[in-house]
Structures are given as C-alpha cells and as structure tokens.
Design a protein around this ligand. Structure first.
Ligand SMILES: [Zn+2]
Ligand SMILES: [Zn+2]
Length: 336
C-alpha cells in the first residue's frame, strides 16, 4: 500500500508499505479521504515534540472498514467510519473522569502511531465511528477538526447572549464560529485575524463582525465592547494577556495553543475580573456529538474545504497549505 511517511524531520516520502494486519480489538480502514492539519506540517518540519520517526502522518481521515482483528465484531466490515485519533488506556485518572484526550499514556493516531495519509490504516474498533448516509464521504474527515471546537465549547458553555470573540480565522477559528452560531445560537460572534481573505471566510462561516488587527490594535476597534467569551484559535502566546485585558468581568477564556514559549500575564489581570480560563487539547469522546451536528445540519463542513489533491501529491498539498493561508483552509487528500 502507498503511505505518506515522514522518515525524519524534513523528509516526506510516498512509501510502499506492507498491508497492516489488525490486532485483537482493532479494525483496518481502507482510507478514502483525509484532510491536512497544521500539526501534520509540524511533524514534517520536526516541530512536534511528541512525534517519533519514521511516521505515517494524518489524524483526520475517513474510510470503510475492510478487515477486523481476532475477537473483533466482523459485522462492522463495510462500515463507513470517521476515526477518532485519541487512543487512551481507559483506566488512569483522566480516563476515569472522562478526559481520555489527556490520558497518562495518550497515543494519537498520526503522531505517536501510524495515521491516515495512507491507503489503509489501523485503529482500535472503538475509535472508528460509524457515519450516517447524510454525511458525505468527501466531508467525513472533517468530523475531527470540529471535535476541537466541540471540546473547547463544552468547557465554555456558550449562551445565546454571549458576546464571543475568536482570535484567528484559520480552520480552528472557523469551526469554532460555526459551532458557536449553529449549535449554541450565540448572537454576536466577533472574529479577529490579520489576513483579509481569512476574515472573508470568517463571514462566510457565520461571523457577525470581523476585525483586521494587522495595523490597528483590536482594543481600538472594539469601541468598549467587552467580550464575555473568548477563544484563542490563533494560538500565539501574546494573545492571553490581550484577551484578559479586553474581556468583560466574569468572562471565560478558552486556550487552544500549544506553544512552548512563555506568555506573560499578571494574576491581577485575571483575578480582578474573576476570569475563567479553560484549556482544551484534542477531544474527549466528541465524535458522536459532531456526527449528530452534521446529520442535523447545524454545522457546514463544506464551507471549510478549499482544495482536493490525490495522495501522491501530498507534499505539494502540504506545501500549499503551509505557504498560502490566504487561499487555503482545509486541503483534502483523496486516496483513490
Ligand atoms: Zn488536526
Ligand atoms: Zn488513560
């Protein structure tokens, strides 16, 4: 089978690999579509501290179960599935309290183990979530990026009367807009980014007001509006301090960034307004919820898709995704 392998940082090859055999409790998926995420590029560039090489990347993928391991339900053969990349132990403290995404021995498919930029991939049977016919093949890999928004909003508990502010109109910001508007009915969703093309996409995804902070600071443009809910989907370490300064008293702030750089903020900036700070990593069992949202038409994954490439052109697709944030949002890979 053909697989996209990062042999070592900087070295991406389309390799011929033996067809993997599912172990007990696992299924094998014939992958049809996958989508590129920033973290795939980080593994390629050697910027992901968790990645081990060589690695088949890809954690957003869709396909059909074509083999099951010993003692695994054979009735699942032929099932269309989206794969949750979070593989957890099930018995450590975070797993016991429903937070498998921060399992003590967390393994992420496409990061710690081989992923879905491949003609076939293995996953624990429980991670392969069946899809209703109303979720089309071409869009099914986008369940995963929406689970990121599902996870942070589960902490933030958005209310219709919230004034929400989202930093960043990349894929994470756009999924957050859609979830705040379509699922939670938040009446005012404000979005800030530095690229006008991305702000146009934000409006197409439901943003009520957009702000370009490339030249004029956001504070000067908000004219005293104090957001009650803020999501940092731009993930720059400088944002938290600004968000705390702009936030309404009693606001909630959600952080999605994974930078190793320190960020500087005083206790007073948080405590004087009694701000709540939530962090969110990957997703905790959010696949069924997002699949239901898609089925009910509450979110529109097609609005994120800008490009399709065949698997053989993954390097070109990832380069475009990396270098051209003005025209790229979700770049999709088609296996066959
Ligand atoms: Zn991702
Ligand atoms: Zn665990």
């Amino acid at each position: 089978m053909k697989s996209v392998v990062i042999e070592q940082p900087g070295e991406l090859v389309l390799a011929d690999r033996p067809l993997p055999q599912p172990a007990a409790g696992e299924v094998r998926i014939k992958v049809h579509y996958a989508s590129i995420c920033g973290s795939d590029v980080h593994i390629w560039r050697g910027h992901n501290p968790f990645a081990r090489y060589p690695r088949v990347i890809g954690h957003e993928f869709f396909g059909v179960i074509d083999a099951v391991g010993p003692d695994t339900d054979a009735r699942r053969l032929g099932q269309r599935v989206a794969v949750d990349p979070v593989v957890s132990c099930g018995h450590c403290y975070p797993c016991r309290v429903g937070r498998p995404n921060v399992c003590q021995t967390l393994q992420v498919i496409g990061v710690h183990r081989d992923g879905g930029f491949s003609e076939y991939a293995l996953a624990p049977a429980a991670n392969a979530h069946p899809l209703p016919p109303s979720v089309p093949d071409k869009l099914a890999s986008l369940v995963e990026p929406f689970t990121i928004a599902a996870n942070i909003t589960a902490f933030l508990q958005p209310q219709p009367q919230d004034v929400a502010l989202i930093y960043g109109a990349g894929p994470m910001g756009l999924t957050a807009i859609q979830v705040l508007k379509g699922v939670y009915g938040v009446q005012q969703v404000l979005v800030v980014d530095r690229l006008p093309e991305r702000l146009t996409l934000a409006q197409e995804n439901g943003a009520d007001r957009v702000f370009n902070n490339s030249e004029i600071a956001l504070a000067a443009q908000l004219e005293g509006v104090q957001p009650t809910l803020i999501i940092d989907a731009a993930c720059h370490p400088a944002i938290l301090a600004e968000a705390a300064a702009l936030a309404s008293p009693a606001a909630r702030i959600g952080l999605l960034g994974f930078s190793g750089e320190p960020c500087s903020i005083t206790q007073q900036a948080l405590t004087s307004k009694e701000l709540s700070l939530f962090t969110s990593r990957l997703n905790s069992h959010r696949f069924p919820q997002v699949i239901a949202w898609m089925e009910q038409g509450l979110i529109q994954p097609q609005k994120l898709v800008t490009h399709f490439f065949p698997l053989a052109e993954t390097a070109r697709a990832m380069t475009l995704f990396e270098q051209d944030p003005r025209t790229c949002c979700k770049v999709m890979l088609q296996m066959a």
